[in-house]
Ligand binder design. Structure first.
Ligand code: NAI
Length: 329
């Protein structure tokens, strides 16, 4: 099947080329993102393959349908950037990679926690400048601290298990309780209780109308002073303006973000020679206790292998009209 890949980087090409030898698909790689304006690049293709920040709205889907696109393949788990109703109306199948190394994102959440807590990023810079002082680098033990996990799906489970390994008390909120986690010592509580009791809150639920801005002014008030908030899930789980208020009042003691609501025009790009126009992210970066990474939670060799093979299998299933096990309905 001929497929146009959008928003591709060198690593996408490397991993898809490595795995595509076993398949007979004709892949065209584009660096540009998919939008109504770039749909024409997919002419002559039967499918498009996109990533987290391609904005696939109704107009884009209508234009894709007009040029004969039958499938939208997401190289990621989240699908909040695709208008599913519009795709259904046009008979375009949407497929994703539901589970690729959940440990990759869980371990990145831990990396954010450990860096914010033990300030290794600051220590690294200090030592390079021959500054061997440890003033202001004090951290806290994770042992016996309460860690609240919002969303105990694949990533949340992997994360909860890591934190149990540290001897932390792990509490969780999800619409479904996971029995295996309960047996391991995770206690499910209401969302309010999780906010009230946690020293660290880590978000692992999808972005839905119910979860949008789950971290907001009202909920911040329920939290412990100096709480650490980690978001490796989707930017809009956090109301950024409210969290900036929380940082200014010191209610929020640490903020670790791998995702950001307005990341679409910023993340995955080298803007080092540009003037950053987004004042909100500039404000966030001005706090000494905020750590931002640009959506790299998924970025491990193991995850890239799985993303490539699952996407290519999805494409084969679409071509052969087989059962679409990874269809988003
Ligand atoms: P999953 O589908 O396995 O788990 C999501 C969990 O959230 C489920 O247990 C579900 O019941 C729960 N949930 C749904 N609505 C909820 C609500 N209102 N409150 C609390 N929990 C709720 O998904 P997975 O694989 O664990 O991924 C989680 C999220 O991580 C994805 O939606 C995606 O946004 C993000 N992600 C981020 C990546 C990164 O590179 N930073 C890479 C992959 C995923």
């Amino acid at each position: 099947m001929r497929v146009a890949f959008f928003s591709t980087k060198s690593y996408d090409k490397e991993y898809f080329k490595k795995h595509s030898r076993r398949y007979k698909h004709d892949i065209i790689f584009y660096e540009t993102s998919l939008s109504e304006k770039t749909v024409n690049l997919a002419e002559g293709c039967e499918a498009v393959c996109v990533f987290v920040n391609d904005h696939i709205d109704e107009n884009t889907i209508t234009a894709l349908s007009k040029i004969g696109i039958k499938g939208i393949l997401l190289r990621c788990a989240g699908y909040n950037n695709v208008n599913l109703e519009a795709a259904k109306k046009q008979g375009i199948k949407v497929l994703r990679v539901p589970a690729y190394s959940p440990e990759s994102v869980a371990e990145h959440s831990l990396a954010l926690i450990m860096t914010l807590n033990r300030k290794t990023h600051k220590a690294f810079n200090r030592v390079r400048e021959n500054n061997f002082s440890i003033e202001h680098l004090v951290g806290f033990n994770l042992f016996e601290k309460t860690v609240g996990v919002v969303g105990t799906g694949l990533i949340g489970q992997a994360f909860a298990k890591i934190m149990l390994g540290f001897g932390s008390k792990v509490i969780a909120f999800d619409v479904y309780e996971n029995e295996e986690l309960k047996k391991k010592g995770v206690r499910y509580v209401s969302l309010d209780e999780l906010f009230q009791q946690s020293d660290i809150i880590s978000l692992h639920c999808p972005l839905t109308p119910e979860t949008k801005y789950v971290i907001n002014k009202d909920n911040l008030q329920k939290m412990k002073d100096g709480v650490m908030i980690i978001n490796t899930s989707r930017g809009a789980l956090i109301n950024t303006k409210d969290v900036i208020g929380g940082l200014k009042s010191q209610k929020v003691g640490y903020l670790g973000l791998d995702v950001y609501e307005q990341e679409q025009d910023i993340f995955f790009r080298d803007l080092s020679e540009s003037v950053l126009k987004d004042e909100t992210i500039s404000r966030l970066m001005s706090f000494p206790n905020v750590l931002i990474t640009s959506h790299q939670g998924f970025f491990t060799r193991e995850a890239l292998d799985q993303i490539a093979t699952v996407t290519l299998n999805n494409l084969t299933a679409l071509q052969k009209k087989e059962e679409l096990v990874n269809e988003v309905i």
